[in-house]
Design a protein around this ligand. Structure first.
Ligand code: KG4
Ligand code: ZN
Length: 458
């Protein structure tokens, strides 16, 4: 069992709001074993002690409310609601069980990266087949590690948008089978919402906060005002930064590099960049004149491709062999995209502060997604947050990339907020394309905020 810091006892000791117990609920509380009665006694005493300072005489109703919100099981006790999260939106088959206080009870993941590295990118029918082959095992593993049976779950949460249609379909149909078999509520999850809220599982972060999501499939800046209340400030107009890094790494044939052969493209670029000199190549950051928070990477990728071709001619090597200047190119590419991402983020912070959408002195910037594990890009963002008196927060690397925990946690957040919990799944469909929140990127562009120049000494 993985315990994330500072989460274990919250909720257990905090008073919950709730209706008076139903007759059925009262019967359930009364129909308990001696063993459970002992536990209830201890829990009751704890609650009584805890509430003694608040209520002169704790009412029976309050006590019942408390007890009703706990699940009782012969032989084991779950004091919190439990959510199973299932993720199959791209190339990871992942599942996890998380309780309402953020304890990760069990998780399992099957990554397809190795297969896709060999084929030079994700082939959707291959991804679908691999999800089909692994989903049952992964969900079973997550449940058995958490020692939770499906009947003990409070809800099942599954990513249904956005993502690869064929991949999303596998997760959704498997989840609906479980939901129907065990008669559980279903919580459809927006993949980006899950990435954005992950930080609230690991850190105490209140709404609103700014989020930058950068990965192989996404690139966006959004203001998170609530569990499902997002303002989209900007997004990539073409490809995502991770996609670009993967393409550059492939073009540089880094899979043949002895130090990088098992790494994703982005990781290989970061690794090699440490050995290179970024000043040997001068790539210009994209969209320097557009005073908005949108991103672009495909033009830059085209320029890099042309440079690589030129270098191959100069060095007299064939396409597919590794250039002697590969590390310098990697360093320059990484620096250029770090500057681009930092500049757009800087503008987003200034916009939000100008409109009083973020606190002037206590604003939080959360960075997540696979590319967020890049330490060079993080340092560039740190320069921005230092200059704007913001706090920079990143989930740990394993929670930055796609995983089942973030989906289960998003389910917990929605369960708490009472948002989007379905008791009837008739007509539910996956959505390969789905924007996040209300798009105000045009307004951001119209504000045309000038960003002060900062020295990017990384
Ligand atoms: O979030 P993720 O696991 O999957 C989605 O794309 O949704 O992100 C994977 C992406 C890949 O493009 C990979 O090359 C990139 O994240 N990536 C990195 C690093 N590690 C993974 N990019 C830059 N630096 C890294 N260290
Ligand atoms: Zn993702």
């Amino acid at each position: 069992m993985t315990s994330l810091p500072g989460r274990q006892v919250r909720g257990f000791l905090s008073l919950r709001k709730g209706r008076a117990p139903s007759l059925q609920g009262r019967r359930r509380v009364l129909a308990i074993s001696v063993h459970e009665a002992g536990i209830i006694y201890r829990v009751s005493m704890l609650i009584l002690n805890k509430t003694a300072g608040v209520f002169s005489k704790p009412s029976k109703r309050k006590l019942y409310e408390y007890l009703r919100s706990f699940n009782f099981h012969p032989g084991k006790v779950f004091l919190h609601k439990l959510v199973l999260g299932i993720e199959t939106s791209c190339d990871d088959t992942a599942a996890a069980v998380v309780d309402e206080t953020g304890n990760v009870l069990g998780e399992a993941i099957h990554s397809q990266t190795e297969v896709h590295l060999k084929t030079g990118g994700i082939i959707p029918p291959v991804a679908q087949q691999l999800h089909r082959e692994n989903i049952q095992r992964i969900v079973r593993e997550a449940l058995s590690l958490s020692k939770v049976s499906p009947s003990e779950l409070s809800a099942i949460a599954t990513t249904i948008k956005p993502g690869l249609a064929l991949s999303l379909g596998v997760g959704l149909s498997f989840s609906l089978q479980l939901v129907n078999q065990f008669k559980k509520p279903f919580i459809p999850i927006h993949h980006m919402e899950a990435h954005a809220l992950t930080i609230r599982l690991t850190n105490k972060v209140e709404f609103p906060f700014l989020v930058l999501l950068i990965s192989g499939g996404h690139c966006l800046l959004a203001l998170v005002r609530g569990v499902s209340d997002f303002l989209l400030l900007g997004k990539s107009l073409d490809i995502a930064p991770g996609d670009m890094l993967d393409k550059v790494a492939r073009r540089l044939s880094l899979i043949k590099h002895p130090e990088c052969s098992t790494m994703s493209g982005g990781k290989a670029i970061e690794h090699l960049a440490k050995q290179g000199n970024k000043l040997h190549f001068d790539f210009k950051p994209p969209m320097q004149r557009a005073k908005n928070c949108d991103f672009s990477f495909s033009g830059l990728q085209h320029v890099i491709d042309k440079t690589i071709m030129q270098k191959e001619i100069e060095e007299g090597i064939e396409k597919g062999q590794i250039l002697s200047s590969a590390a310098d190119i990697a360093a320059a590419v990484q620096h250029t995209i770090a500057c681009h991402i930092a500049k757009r983020t800087h503008r987003a912070i200034l916009f939000c502060k100008q409109r009083n959408l973020l606190s002037q002195s206590n604003a939080v910037l959360v960075v997540s997604g696979g590319v967020a594990s890049n330490l060079y890009i993080r340092k560039a963002l740190e320069i921005i947050t230092d200059a704007t008196q913001c706090t920079l927060l990143c989930p740990p690397p394993r929670l930055c990339t796609d995983n089942g925990i973030m989906v289960a946690w998003n389910g917990v957040e929605r369960l708490h907020a009472g948002l989007g919990i379905l008791y009837d799944t008739e007509g539910i469909r996956y959505e390969p394309k789905c924007p996040l929140g209300v798009d105000i990127s045009k307004e951001v562009g119209e504000a045309a905020i000038r960003v002060p120049r900062l020295k990017m000494k990384i």
